[in-house]
Write a protein that binds this ligand. Structure first.
Ligand SMILES: [Zn+2]
Length: 246
């Protein structure tokens, strides 16, 4: 026990992690599974990374698993992965089997952060059954960000076609308007950062996620809504910590 406390104190002494010791303590004591919801552009990926680093548990992302599956030729077709990326639903049974296999591995025994799953009522029902059977308590975090802010963030993204350096005209502008700092190349916007494409993805997310969150709430599961509109990921992370503590 002493070693555990010493290890944790040392761990919390590192950079941003020290500010969020509360997340670590609370989560380690009560929660084994964190289910993270957040629309495209909500900063969910960054929060998932901070949570997994802070708690020392794996990040289980269905999007990444599908992409890995394609790369390693493990029965996932590029078509399936592309559908998933576009927000189109992949067959429940395919995703359920993939997630359960991942959650059954030894590194997930102390907990995990689930990202991109569950997306349908069938999946959420299945997951709740799976967790309850194993006595695993979950906490659901819904990272809510105003859609106008998301659209401004995503439509501001640019990249250099020559060296690939990413920019954001709102958050991380180049020194000279629309030109790469490194090689002066004219920056470009990717097709999927166009406003109509972003709106379609946000609509798809809303339609998929709303019923899943309502299902969780109506079944008395713990859902925490955190406002993620803040520019700084650390500030949002601290909000998550405080919300989990209450
Ligand atoms: Zn460049």
């Amino acid at each position: 026990m002493k070693d555990l406390l010493r290890g944790r104190a040392a761990f919390e002494g590192v950079g941003a992690v020290s500010k969020v010791g509360a997340v670590s303590k609370v989560a380690k004591r009560f929660v084994k599974a964190i289910v993270l919801f957040g629309s495209p552009g909500s900063g969910k990926g960054t929060q998932a990374k901070l949570l997994t680093e802070c708690l020392g548990i794996p990040h289980v992302s269905t999007g990444e698993m599908l992409r890995d599956g394609v790369r390693q030729g493990r029965g996932v077709t590029p078509k399936t992965a592309a559908k998933m990326h576009a927000g189109v639903l992949v067959k429940d049974a395919v995703v359920e089997a993939m997630v359960e296999e991942r959650l059954s591995r030894p590194d997930a025994a102390c907990g995990f952060v689930l990202d991109g799953y569950p997306r349908t009522l069938v999946q959420v029902e299945h997951l709740i059954g799976w967790l309850d059977q194993r006595g695993i308590r979950e906490v659901v975090i819904h990272l809510a960000v105003d859609y106008n802010i998301i659209i401004a963030r995503l439509t501001g993204r640019r990249e250099c076609p020559r060296c690939g350096t990413p920019y954001n005209v709102v958050l991380r502008p180049p020194k000279v308007d629309e030109l790469c700092d490194l090689d002066g190349e004219k920056l470009v916007r990717r097709d999927d950062d166009r406003e109509d494409v972003i709106r379609a993805r946000l609509d798809a997310y809303e339609q998929q996620t709303r019923p899943v969150l309502e299902y969780l709430l109506s079944h008395g599961r713990r859902v925490i809504e955190v406002d993620g509109s803040d520019d700084s990921p650390e500030a949002v992370f601290q909000k998550i910590g405080r919300a989990m503590e209450n």
